[in-house]
Design a protein around this ligand. Structure first.
Ligand code: SUG
Length: 416
């Protein structure tokens, strides 16, 4: 049966804070801090477990091979180079699988297959190295060509950041949807990472019905305030669009365009007067997983713990819960290690609407597998990485061995 499967990125053993993402305030402000890869990965697994306990289907993607020796060579880096220069080839940024690809489920596409296009992520060097290795995983996980098509990334002239700038509205996950692409206009203080032409190319590649696609401009003020991806200021699930009042360049026009195709649209909007754009970005209220609970339980919003600690955000959540709207639960999770690099609960997952029976089962999680992954992480993931460790042969060895051990317990050594 077609349903939503969340594929979380397992946090890689080289997870560190290098301040690599201009315009991502958390990344910049934690630059040079020690990181805790073991705790980071365990936090991510705990989140997956919680979602499985809600009765939801959970999948995962593996960390990519790091350090990336080919990129080090192209940058002319050897052991004598300063640690900061090693940061890009060592980055564990593939954990944020909302940027792995854009996904159009089978009910939306002309050929009735689910289409995936890996994001080229060209705006940031440390992320631009991801897509070929990501595609290698997608090719295996979604190798059933009767049901899936995995494309190449769009050309690098047009920055594409994947599902983080894409939303889907539908009556239910297995029904035909309206796909909403949110792009940024370049020229501001920070890079606009999603190019309109990349979004349009993805829509064509996925053979979407043009009359059921909407292209919306992100509010330049939101990008200036640190919303480097649309999923930092809005998220959609089924008929609900949960958004900050200042998420889109022209909010009324954005809602109107969607409503013209999808009259059932229900907007849950947070006004600036209740939660400022800055506070929404600081707490990542919108970088939440908006999930449909099984058995008619309504929707749950999985938010970062930081939301509970913010007086204005938590007050808004409590008022919203009392209002009898579509969102029935707010569930805080601790993903602080990822949050400190600008990655909340929604960044850590890629949504694929498909029949789990058609997915390579090695990428699907159950309790026994979660325990096996945890055991490898507890034994092999570095407890702490200091900035000066980047580029050292000792850490390269540890990181390599850790990933290989994980591939081995998951019978995925072909990704080595
Ligand atoms: O691309 N941070 C990531 C965070 C990605 C969040 N994803 C979504 N919003 N969907 C990024 O900016 C920081 C890495 C560093 O500084 O070490 C980083 O890449």
């Amino acid at each position: 049966m077609i349903r939503e499967i969340n594929f979380d990125g397992i946090v890689g053993p080289s997870h560190n804070y290098a301040g690599l993402s201009l315009g991502n305030i958390a990344s910049a402000s934690h630059k040079g801090d020690p990181s805790y890869p073991r705790a980071a990965a365990l936090q991510g697994i705990a989140k997956m477990r919680r979602n499985m306990e809600l009765g939801l289907t959970q999948g995962f993607f593996l960390p990519l091979p790091r350090p990336n020796h080919a990129l080090e060579a192209r940058l002319g880096l050897d052991e004598t180079a300063p640690p900061q220069l090693h940061a890009a080839p060592w980055s564990a940024s593939s954990m944020w699988t909302a940027n792995a690809a854009t996904v159009s489920p089978a009910p939306d596409t002309a050929d009735g297959r689910c289409h995936l296009t890996p994001a080229n992520l060209v705006t940031m060097l440390h992320r631009a190295q991801e897509w070929q290795d990501t595609k290698a995983q997608l090719d295996i996980a979604f190798g059933n060509t009767e049901h899936f098509v995995v494309h190449d990334a769009v050309p690098p002239s047009f920055g594409d950041e994947g599902a983080a700038n894409h939303m889907r509205l539908c009556e239910s996950h297995d029904a035909a949807g309206v796909e909403v692409f949110v792009f940024g206009r370049p020229g501001g203080r920070f890079p606009a990472r999603q190019h309109e032409q990349a979004s349009r190319a993805v829509a064509r590649l996925h053979r979407l019905d043009p009359s059921r696609c909407v292209f919306i401009e992100q509010n330049p003020e939101a990008i200036e305030a640190g919303a480097f991806h649309n999923d930092v200021v809005s998220v959609a699930n089924e008929r609900v669009l949960f958004a900050h009042e200042r998420a889109f360049a022209d909010r009324d026009y954005a809602y109107e365009q969607i409503r013209n195709i999808f009259p059932a649209l229900e907007v849950v909007e947070v006004p600036e007067s209740a939660v400022s754009l800055e506070e929404a970005i600081r707490t990542y209220l919108f970088n939440a997983q908006l999930l449909t609970l099984p058995d008619g339980g309504g929707m749950a919003l999985v938010v970062p713990e930081e939301c509970r600690e913010s007086a204005s955000v938590w007050a808004w959540c409590e008022t919203m819960l009392n209002s009898n709207g579509p969102i029935r639960k707010v569930l805080p999770v601790d993903v602080r290690q990822s949050m400190a690099n600008g990655g909340g609960p929604a960044c850590l997952r890629l949504r694929v609407v498909a029949d789990p029976a058609h997915v390579d089962a090695r990428f699907l999680l159950d309790e026994a597998k979660a325990e096996r992954i945890e055991a490898v992480v507890a034994e092999m993931w570095p407890e702490q990485i200091d900035p000066s460790d980047l580029g050292t042969p000792a850490l390269a060895h540890t990181v390599n061995e850790a990933r290989e051990a994980l591939l081995s317990v998951l019978s995925l050594s072909e990704l080595a």
